[in-house]
Write a protein that binds this ligand. Structure first.
Ligand SMILES: [Zn+2]
Length: 318
């Protein structure tokens, strides 16, 4: 049995044929061309799915379903993207219906962060967990909850927005409009803001030397931290502490076996994970703190694998 996973991003559409055991058979990537509007983007998604199918040497009759991972908020059961702030004109778009019209194959829609979390649970860093929590650190902070082998979506498909859990009641304004969210303190964007504030305040750092040649990024700060720069280490400690505060809350709520951190920042290693684990141990309750493993994600194609995996699971449930 084969399923095609399509991961809709603001810049690129990724698609792949995925086997029943979560193996990626083929993968393709196309530019989203989001400025040309939803119908054009859906044409591009159908094109990417078709290319992935042809490269796998499959007929459409051999493809059981298509899974689309898209930014939310969305309605999974009806296959509707309610709104996608980074894609122009995306309001109440019937993605599943439009894909089925084009491909004549059953299509299922899933929140992209939930899809990525399901992929790590299925074949990545979260395998075997009775409860897995995932945080994706990028421009924003995505979240996903997998319990007893199922994504926990909530009755309105709004669950798992872990990046918008408040950690400071009087904190910085977040992109969602609320104050003090995890995303406002622990995204790659937030890390850069925190670094810039410290540099503007006159802190001495090897980061300043590099800024003459390149922009300030979370990766640059990680490099300097690994080279021993005190300010860079302090920045990662601060962001790790914020994450640890949030994750301590998740540990007390869910008693997860695994917390998986994905996104570029997860590659920073112990400079990030050390402070996270310290904070979780200090704040959350035993024996939940003894059980939980806080680990980096391991999949490169989590969006595609997860969209396919969620579709496969929903197909079997029908
Ligand atoms: Zn928020």
């Amino acid at each position: 049995m084969h399923v095609i996973g399509v991961d809709l991003g603001a810049t690129n559409i990724k698609a792949g044929v995925v086997g029943e055991s979560g193996n990626v058979v083929t993968r393709v990537s196309l530019e989203t061309e989001a400025d040309l509007g939803p119908d054009h983007v859906i044409d591009r998604m159908a094109l990417s799915a078709n290319q992935a199918r042809m490269e796998a040497d499959l007929e459409w009759s051999q493809v059981s379903a298509v899974g689309v991972g898209a930014p939310g908020p969305l309605n999974c059961k009806q296959g509707i993207v309610i709104m996608a702030p980074n894609l122009s004109g995306w309001e109440n778009i019937h993605v599943s219906e439009k894909m089925q019209e084009r491909l004549q194959v059953k299509t299922f829609l899933e929140n992209d962060a939930n899809a990525a979390a399901f992929a790590e649970y299925w074949v990545g860093a979260g395998t075997g967990a009775a409860c897995m929590i995932q945080l994706t650190l990028g421009t924003g902070v995505g979240g996903g909850i997998v319990m007893n082998g199922q994504v926990w979506r909530g009755p309105d498909d709004c669950a798992g927005e872990l990046g918008h859990v408040p950690i400071r009641w009087d904190g910085v304004r977040c992109g969602c409009g609320a104050n003090g969210c995890v995303e406002a303190y622990a995204s790659a964007t937030a890390l850069v803001r925190i670094a810039q504030e410290k540099l503007d305040a006159g802190a001495k750092s090897s980061i300043s030397d590099r800024l003459r040649y390149e922009p300030l990024t979370a990766k640059l700060v990680a490099d300097e931290a690994h080279a021993g720069d005190e300010l860079a280490l302090a920045i990662y400690r601060e962001v790790g502490t914020y994450l640890g505060v949030a994750i301590a809350g998740f540990v007390n709520i869910f008693n997860p076996d695994k917390v998986v951190i994905s996104g570029g920042m997860a590659q920073a290693g112990e400079i990030l994970f050390g402070p996270i684990r310290e904070e979780v141990t200090a704040r959350a309750m035993a024996p939940a703190t003894d059980r939980v493993e806080i680990v980096p994600a391991i999949l490169a194609d989590a969006g595609v694998i997860g969209a396919a995996g969620c579709a496969l699971q929903r197909l079997k449930e029908e």
